[in-house]
Design a protein. Sequence first.
Length: 314
Amino acid sequence: MMLSLQSVAQIWISNSAPKESSLKIAVSGMHKISALRGERGSAKVIQWLRSGSSVEESLFSQADSSASIFLFDPQEQRVAVETKADMNSSAFVFKNTEEGYYNLFYLTEKVCNDTLMVSCASREILNHSCRNGHAKELKYIPYKTFGKDIPMQIVRERNKGDDLHYFVTSGERLTFRALHDGKPIEGVKMTLVSQKGWKNVSYTNLEGVASFELIQDYFTNWNMFDVKKVYNYLLIAEKTLPISGIRNQKSFTQTKYVTTYSEAYLPAKTNYMSLVWGLIVFLVTVIISFIVVYVYRHKRNVFKKHNYEYTSKY
């Protein structure tokens, strides 16, 4: 029996806190990472576990006691991560002492009928704050792979200018690569879900690659447009392989992998550039109108003056 995508809810890692969170949460760094405030102004990154395929409506979830949690720093070293209860959900807390990408993974394995379900929630967290200066050169940051610990990993191929200041924006073409035990895998179903629920499906090719255009799916009045508002997208990757075995004294004949990858993005630059150009056009129109009216009135007054002098003279 093969399990469908709907059979098991997708788990993923979110940067957004529950509305009823009892923790002191603040935004940290230029990438607006959620941080748990401590004493004397110290802060730790905090991320939440969620369940579902909707960015806005997914429920906050509690971590499974049998789950494996991996956190790798920018130097690919495994570092400590704390699981913290937050109301009816679980959060992952860690210190981000280095600049660059931290890779967080939440992994579970369960046998359902004759299928081993391997679920992995992943998130790359880019840590950088300009207030700390730029000791490191702003240069391209390649993705990291962890095939030894993560059975099916999803990585985002880096775009031009993907450095410490990089932020995905709507309108970009995003390319993802699926890796099974560190090697590219073909035929992985990938579903990209935007903040407002737009979905698109693609399958990986021989190189394990699938691409999407992250369309703009939200619109607002210009006076309400916020270029600094952060949105999130969710990528869900699925693949069933004929891998059999035994887990916890339960046998299985196939293995289904469901891996999620979530990341923040900003509105496209063209959105606020059109706003700027619209404002410029408006101001130029006002200035030209003022000049035209001024010239017209000036000439009219001159004509009246000359006409009055001529009439008075004759």
